[in-house]
Design a protein around this ligand. Structure first.
Ligand code: RBF
Length: 296
């Protein structure tokens, strides 16, 4: 009998209508064609699921439309980019979630929220690097940037519990040389993951695209051939300013992020690789497994 729920908000003028449409489009909602009749127009935005929730008690609700998302941080960034008025930025709720409230038009409020609990049945890697071994391949070209990426990676590994003696840093001349060295290191089976760091700047490099493509492909190929996780911290930037941003200023440090991803991938591999897992080094002890010994 019941088929669906639609909630409608009436905007006050064409400008407000266009603004709200642009926000919901930017957030990635599935949207319909616009309908029009003599007096009005409208467009709907569809979410994968909907429900009607009744609440009792005295708590004052922050909004009457609650949109559940998988990545609240990105929603916050997108809303700010769109210059939508945030009533309150991300805060913890007392029901194991985080939420923010936005009022992009006078009197029209939405709360976006994300459940803190990992979905049941989903497997994710952890971020404890104790006992893990990493190799970091770093290009000397644009060392002003790549050394900062390296500092970021070391910082992430140490903070996550990786012992300094379990981190091997290997320098290569430029980004083009990263894949072959990564492949060599992965082949030794001494490392749980390989972190690759480099910096290509379009302004300086006539054949920028070719190098970037080759480096990316080569690193991916090494990961696939060896089954050893490789993470990608090779910046491909338009200019030095952009590179500086990504090496520790505005946009975070991509070396740090590459190291965190490496830890997560090692942990994930330990959880998901079955008996036929491609690694022939015991992920926990670093000792050769029976399968490896047999092959020799
Ligand atoms: N390596 C980088 O890591 N980043 C660069 O921006 C970069 N630009 C280059 C520009 C030219 C014209 C050339 C010839 C090389 C460049 N390289 C760069 C070095 C390259 O990755 C490699 O180390 C050398 O070509 C030696 O094989």
């Amino acid at each position: 009998m019941i088929k669906g729920i639609t909630t409608i908000r009436q905007t006050s003028d064409a400008k407000e209508y266009a603004f709200l449409v642009s926000i919901f489009a930017a957030l990635g909602f599935e949207q319909s064609e616009e309908w029009q009749n003599g007096r009005s127009r409208g467009k709907y935005f569809r979410a994968p699921a909907g429900k009607l929730e009744l609440v009792g008690g005295k708590e004052k609700l922050a909004a009457d439309i609650w949109i559940e998302v998988s990545d609240l941080d990105t929603v916050s960034v997108l809303l700010k980019k769109q210059k939508a008025r945030l009533v309150s930025d991300i805060a913890e709720s007392d029901w194991d979630s985080r939420f923010l409230v936005v009022e992009p038009a006078q009197g029209i409020r939405f709360a976006f929220w994300q459940n803190n609990k990992v979905k049941e049945g989903a497997i994710e890697g952890g971020l404890n690097a104790e006992g893990m071994r990493f190799a970091i391949v770093v290009a000397r070209w644009n060392s002003f940037i790549t050394e900062r990426l390296l500092q970021g990676s070391m910082d992430a590994l140490r903070r996550s519990g990786c012992a300094s003696e379990h981190i091997k840093v290997v320098r290569v001349p430029g980004s083009f040389e990263i894949p072959s060295q990564a492949r060599t290191l992965a082949g030794t089976r001494k490392y749980d993951a390989i972190i690759t760091l480099g910096c290509l700047i379009r302004g300086e490099t006539t054949h920028y695209e070719h190098i970037a493509t080759e480096v990316t492909r080569g690193i991916g190929q090494s990961a696939q051939e060896t089954g050893v996780p490789h993470t990608y911290g090779v910046l491909t930037c338009e200019n030095l300013e952009q590179a500086l941003d990504r090496a520790g200023l505005k946009a975070g440090n991509k070396g740090f992020e590459a190291a965190v991803s490496a830890i997560e991938m090692v942990s994930l591999k330990r959880k998901t690789a079955g008996r036929s897992g491609t690694s022939s080094v015991s992920s926990r002890t670093g000792k050769k497994t029976a399968a490896r010994k047999k092959r020799r």
